[in-house]
Design a protein around this ligand. Structure first.
Ligand SMILES: *Cc1c(COP(=O)(O)O)cnc(C)c1O
Length: 360
């Protein structure tokens, strides 16, 4: 079976973990600090705060910016549930703006239409590893004095107009095993704002800077040194992983070109796509997925239900009509693109997909 995702962990990661375990210091400690410094440099940000998941990074970023009850945050309905849930956790209301049909990212024009007097922030998602339109989004944010929190959980190293994502506003990254790099579970907040960095570090540790002095309500959302040690090794490998993802993606795009029924993944000018997923639009999507599975090729649907149509959100009273997202949910299919694929694997994915449409 060719899996849809596979973390690449080797001897270096094992040695790094062993070293931490042998040291006896296994909670948040010097490795976390070292990882924060390395990740902030990589992203081109002055500060970074490590936490125990991408969800925690989003949640803390919102709280650090003072977002809560009565506030509205505009985000994409076509993303993993954690994006919108992080807004709900703060007491604020997620407001969904529909997406662009080509990148599947939030559409800046639709953001404009959703701004009210309650809007405090925009949370774009760099879906599949392709940057949202950060030029337009930063302009809107500036015009309306809005905070920008980037959900960069799928986009480690991706660029927009020469800048890394996570460095435009406040960034939130995930290091879940299926992401472009992993720490097992883990996350990171990136920022150029010293106060946001300090607040984030307090919120992750029960609102305290000095032990047993609690200045605000916080949580326990810390990263361990065990996770950070894995992250330090993975970060060194990230550019290599990304180059392989990009090479696999261009092989897929070349191989899928011209199939009627398939729209291959695109990269917009000015963007560096890091291909967390290689996602096509496919006619007869579910039949294609079944055929690929019969041929031992794993696929994924990211995502089958837009967030405003999720049962829990319907219960909250969401009645939006967001046709671009709803159509995408019926047509998207992610094909394996991860760096553990061999050349033969990629050729097989192309061959089997071609075979399906030749007989469809
Ligand atoms: C993975 C992911 C998250 C959540 O990250 P976790 O580390 O799983 O909590 C949030 N947003 C998006 C877009 C993601 O892909």
């Amino acid at each position: 079976m060719i899996p849809i995702a596979k973390p690449l962990l080797g001897k270096e990661e094992i040695d790094a973990v062993t070293e931490v375990l042998s040291s006896g210091m296994i909670a948040q400690g010097p490795k976390v600090e070292e990882f924060e410094l390395a990740f902030s440099e990589y992203t081109g940000c002055e500060y970074a705060a490590a936490v125990n998941s991408g969800t925690a990074a989003l949640h803390i970023a919102l709280l650090a910016h003072g977002i809560g009850k009565e506030d509205e945050v505009i985000t994409s309905p076509f993303t993993f549930i954690a994006t919108a849930n992080s807004i709900l956790y703060t007491g604020a209301k997620p407001v969904f703006a529909d997406i662009e049909p080509d990148t599947f990212n939030i559409d800046p024009e639709k953001i404009q239409e959703k701004i009210t007097s309650k809007t405090k922030a925009i949370m774009p998602v760099h879906l599949y590893g392709h940057s949202a339109d950060m030029k337009a989004i930063m302009e809107i944010a500036e015009d309306h004095k809005l905070v920008v929190i980037e959900d960069a959980c799928q986009a480690h190293g991706a660029k927009c107009l020469g800048k890394r994502v996570g460095s435009f506003g406040t960034g939130a990254f995930s290091f879940y095993p299926t992401k472009n790099m992993t720490t097992s579970e883990g996350g990171m907040i990136t920022t150029n704002d010293k106060e946001i960095a300090e607040k984030s570090k307090m919120i992750r540790a029960h609102g305290s800077k000095v032990r047993y002095l609690h200045e605000m309500l916080g949580f326990n959302l810390r990263m361990t040194d065990i996770a950070a040690a894995i992250g330090l090794v993975q970060l060194k490998k990230l550019d290599g992983f990304t180059a392989t993802r990009q090479k696999n993606a261009s092989m897929l795009s070349a191989g899928l070109k011209g199939i009627s029924g398939v729209v291959p993944a695109i990269t917009k000018p000015g963007c560096i796509h890091v291909f967390h997923q290689y996602t096509i639009r496919a006619q007869k999507r579910d039949e294609l997925a079944a055929f690929l599975k019969e041929n031992e090729i794993g696929t994924g649907i990211h995502y089958p239900i837009p967030i405003h149509k999720q049962p829990y959100y319907m219960e909250l009273g969401y009645k939006d009509s967001l046709p671009v997202s709803e159509k995408a949910a019926e047509e998207v299919l992610s094909l394996p693109v991860h760096p553990a694929l061999s050349r033969d694997d990629v050729q097989k994915i192309i061959k089997v997909t071609r075979e399906f449409y030749a007989n469809a």
